[in-house]
Write a protein that binds this ligand. Structure first.
Ligand code: LHQ
Length: 255
């Protein structure tokens, strides 16, 4: 259900149920979470890309796979989707969600959860939950209002409106939009650029930003002072300063 590939420090995890627009079943969600954890432990992996096979990114929960299940909704979310989103945001490496097509329901939540979100021109994001009279889950109620404000988030959720790539960029749902024809190459090139950045410093930056989203300015200042010590004591810092002084490009990829 998940294809795994690595090139130039970039681990690409491809959701692979293209006939169903990569709708998620338990195997897909649990395997994806396991693969993220595995990537954490591999020093050669500096950036993780999550993308979809075929014309969709992820159509959310596989609706053919829910009837007759022996878990409640709450148990299901706590077993599959929630550990995935927690693992992604807690991962000590940047995660790019490369949205190659439609992202709906929990697939939209996954698309928004990336540290960097890259979309194709034909990408679409739909908070589709209300079409089946459910509540947005897998982090959508947390991510979307922080990006677009309460009112726009409510409207997108209540009407299940399609957001196309142009709107997505205007609303801040993605960082970049690339042509469909060159998407894979553009994503890989972007990911390699990120992979060349100082991995330890980015890990701390991700930690600081995620904590700051829910805290006060005072807490953020204290945390920055602590994390800056860890960054400043690391070899990457010395390399960056030395490279600046002798006017060369810093080399952060040592492993
Ligand atoms: C699908 C699906 C799908 C199965 C397309 N399942 N087959 C959490 C916990 C517990 C329970 C419930 O949910 C959750 C979280 C959630 O994610 S709830 C939201 C679940 N997702 C949806 O409701 C989305 C349903 N799909 C759609 O609305 C459309 O398919 C979208 C807008 C995603 C794409 O539309 P189109 O581009 O027109 O494609 P299509 O509808 O023709 O789909 C292509 C095929 O994929 C089709 O199969 P077929 O055999 O006819 O070719 C669809 O049945 C299948 N598919 N989504 N979620």
């Amino acid at each position: 259900v998940i294809l795994v590939g690595t090139h130039a420090g970039v681990r690409t995890l491809t959701l692979n149920r293209p006939d169903k627009l990569n709708a998620a079943n338990d195997a897909l969600l649990l395997t994806l979470t396991d693969e993220l954890r595995a990537a954490e432990g591999e020093p050669g992996v500096r950036v993780v890309v999550i993308t979809g096979a075929g014309r969709g990114f992820c159509a959310g929960q596989d609706l053919a796979d829910v009837s007759g299940r022996d878990m409640t909704f709450t148990e299901h979310l706590n077993h599959t989707y929630n550990p995935l989103i927690r693992t992604l945001r807690g991962l000590g490496k940047p995660v790019i969600t490369a949205v190659n097509g439609v992202a709906a329901g929990a697939g939209a939540s996954l698309a928004l959860a990336g540290d960097i979100r890259l979309w194709t021109q034909s990408a679409r994001l739909i908070e589709v939950f209300s079409n089946i009279a459910l509540v947005p889950d897998s982090g959508s109620t947390w991510f979307l209002p922080r990006l677009v404000g309460y009112h726009r988030a409510f409207e997108l959720m209540a009407l299940a409106e399609r957001v196309d790539a142009e709107q997505g960029r205007a609303l801040g749902l993605c960082e970049h939009v690339y042509p469909d024809e060159t998407f894979r190459e553009d994503v890989q090139a972007y990911a390699e650029r990120l992979a060349a950045r100082p991995a330890h410093a980015l890990k701390l930056t991700k930690q600081a930003l995620n904590a700051a989203l829910t805290g006060t300015l005072g807490e953020a200042l204290d945390r920055e002072a602590e994390l800056q010590q860890l960054a400043g004591d690391h070899w990457e810092h010395e390399e960056g300063v030395t490279a600046f002084k002798v006017k060369r490009v810093p080399q952060f990829m040592r492993e």
